[in-house]
Design a protein around this ligand. Structure first.
Ligand SMILES: [Zn+2]
Length: 305
């Protein structure tokens, strides 16, 4: 019976977490309950009243391609997710995100200065990806030598850009849409060719039906890559670091309005939509990554209005 009740609390906590991620107005009962739980799982009344090493509160989109943002109390010295250390800001805030193929469970651990640990079990909801089965063989792969000669330095620049930690605080913000239009491609969708999976779509595609539409920075950041010469696949590629391991990439631009090293503010025009690189028509491909995890931008902005 006890276990059953614990499970119900966990479910209730999960619901509250989702609500908290939707910018619920502060001060109402649901939000207060979320704060009290210290992360959505209320302490069970039958638990021993040992003083915890610290407190962690968190909210977010606990699903594949989603994220979690939290705050640890001042006595917490280290926070890990599945054993991997997260960056803990001076005010105790931390951030992590879940890859498109993340497993159903993750463990968040906060270590107090007295050596005690608080552990929170996270349920990462699976997504129903748009999978298309194609009754045709996958096109023969294998890049030509000529292609790789062009590609290698591009990949090197992308990797070097991703290694930059600009120290930006953009990761703390609620993201905005860089541009509104029709969503012509969703994150995570995938084609399977006679049982052989192709690579999934790593971002979200937005089209306004034309080239030249200006798009803006979805959050504060620093320009870590601005490809003035178009890359073979990405065309004029623009990458923004939002700090804390979180970055955005914008592909196929017709024009870049900022240069490497520029600090950009949320809402600032940074480029124009185009069809450079490998694109069938003008659109903005917006991809997001946290460390090595590929993320769904839609879970950072909420639905387009
Ligand atoms: Zn795309």
């Amino acid at each position: 019976m006890k276990q059953h009740r614990g499970r119900l609390w966990q479910l209730a906590g999960a619901v509250l977490l989702v609500l908290a991620g939707c910018n619920m107005p502060r001060g109402n009962e649901a939000t207060a309950a979320t704060v009290d739980t210290g992360g959505g799982i209320p302490p069970r009344p039958d638990e021993p009243a040992s003083s915890p090493a610290g407190q962690i509160d968190f909210a977010g989109e606990l699903t594949q391609g989603g994220w979690i943002k939290g705050r640890a109390s001042a006595d917490v010295v280290k926070v890990t997710l599945d054993g991997v250390e997260l960056s803990l800001a001076e005010d105790g805030e931390f951030f992590a995100a879940f890859d498109r193929d993340a497993g159903a469970a993750a463990t968040l651990v906060a270590l107090g200065s007295n050596g005690e640990e608080i552990t929170r079990a996270l349920s990462i909801a699976p997504r129903a990806w748009n999978i298309e089965h194609i009754n045709a063989a996958r096109r023969p792969g294998g890049a030509t030598e000529a292609f790789m000669k062009l590609r290698e330095p591009e990949l090197a620049r992308i990797n070097a850009a991703r290694a930059i930690d600009s120290g930006s605080d953009g990761w703390r913000q609620r993201f905005v849409w860089p541009v509104t239009g029709r969503i012509s491609g969703r994150f995570g969708s995938q084609r399977i060719y006679r049982g052989e999976p192709g690579s999934y779509h790593s971002g979200i595609d937005i089209t306004t039906g034309t080239s030249g539409t200006t798009f803006v920075a979805p959050a504060d950041g620093v320009v870590i890559l601005a490809a003035q010469t178009p890359f073979t696949l990405e065309g004029h590629l623009l990458m923004i670091d939002h700090g804390n391991g979180l970055n955005s990439a914008f592909l196929h631009c017709s024009q870049l309005l900022v240069k490497e090293g520029d600090r950009v503010a949320q809402g600032q025009p940074i480029g124009k939509i185009g069809a450079t690189g490998r694109a069938t028509g003008p659109h903005l491909h917006w991809g997001m990554k946290w460390r090595d995890a590929r993320l769904d931008p839609l879970l950072f902005t909420g639905p387009m209005k």
